[in-house]
Design a protein around this ligand. Sequence first.
Ligand code: AMP
Ligand code: ZN
Length: 476
Amino acid sequence: MPPLKLYNTLTRKVEEFQPLYDNEVRMYTCGPTVYDYAHIGNLRTYIFEDVLRRTLEYNGYRVIHVMNITDVGHLTSDADFGEDKMLVGARRARMTVWEIAQMYTEAFFRDIHKLNIKDPTIVCKATDHIPEMIALIQRLIERGHAYQISDGVYYDVTTFPEYGKLSRLDLQEQQVGAREEVKVNPEKRHPADFALWKIAEPEHIMQWDSPWGRGYPGWHIECSAMSMKYLGETFDIHCGGVDHIPIHHENEIAQSEGATGKPFVRYWLHGEFLLVDGGKMSKSLGNVYTLSDLEARGFTPLGYRYFCYSAHYRSKLNFTWDAMKAAQAGLDHLHSLIVQMEGDGTGELSEEYRARFHEAINDDLNVPAAMAIVWELVKSELPDPVKKATLFNMDQVLALRFDRAREELDLPPDLEEKLRERQAARAARNWAVADRIREELAAQGIELEDTKQGTRWRRKRFYREPAPAAPAGAPA
Ligand code: AMP
Ligand code: ZN
């Protein structure tokens, strides 16, 4: 078996992966803040994490995967100022924060199921773990890592000399960012100190009792409290997007290691960003796309998953509608070849291709290389049933639903019947009937090509432009 190698942000090296407990991998991924729909950038990160989990399982590990749901208000920026994201979402939708959290949590799981992302073993909500967070903050105070001031409890970064080891920024550099803060409590000892507990204004909806007064937790503490609760004080893998390296994950390390004195996480993995039209997605450009936006235009969720496979997770990936169309056509083509292959996907597989595939994904999840092997296999001279069995095996990692290719293509149920009818019509030189069937199928998005080996078909998608967005200020 090829060794599994993963790039560890902590060491900046590709390392051979070894779990802490023999065959078990304990993995934590930062989940969504449920105040809005996930955008396709967020989804790229969840797809990367799913490929990681599936690769671990493909290597024979039992994975315990924990993901949090941030359903408590935290602030619109990583800094301790600004508006509460949940409140902003709630006001916009004219709902309570609890209803907002419920609604967007459901939407999130709908999206990830459509993308064939496996459910985490444990999903934990921040609001269900307030006592665990309070206990952790108390531990930090006892160990001299946290202090209370008028508006809450803060982590004292100067008490943790390793602060910055993940991002490789020193406190001096951290201060630069911190200086941009608008509203800072002047009682803070260091600009990079961050809130563990905030005292709530009376009108703040989500608030809980604590030894420091009624309030609510800082954002970072939930991930330390919940990951250690379910996975232990030291566990194998922690992931998220690259934006989390400098603040969120740095703070998680400071909180967890400050409280326990033990290493927190052994392998840190981070997914690079998705760009749209070459830049950052932004509301003002109207290009913060969701999965539903893609579907509304005629793309499939797995088409987007396949699109994500065009780049390594540590490279930026640029989303454009043209690139998305190319990806959708690629996946549709692959699915249509599979539907037209003989065999049921079980039985003997090509060990040569399987092994090469395994090597590619074990090489720090080199999915683009793995996809090239998939295409090479499809175009090879191997018998159909062997190809199909090998593809089904690879799909344990790729999760492109090779076993449900027909459904993914949304084929007319009587496609084969129509093809046989047309075949018979052509044999009888009844061109009128043959052409009529061709047109009928074309109207359903099936294009025929008559070759010497017989008639082949392809799925054609009909893409739609979405209805123009309502003008600014129009009622929702
Ligand atoms: P959030 O709900 O903002 O915490 O984001 C959820 C996940 O998506 C986090 O792991 C982020 O790092 C990640 N993320 C945010 N924006 C992007 C992006 N443009 N591309 C890839 N991942 C992103
Ligand atoms: Zn987190």
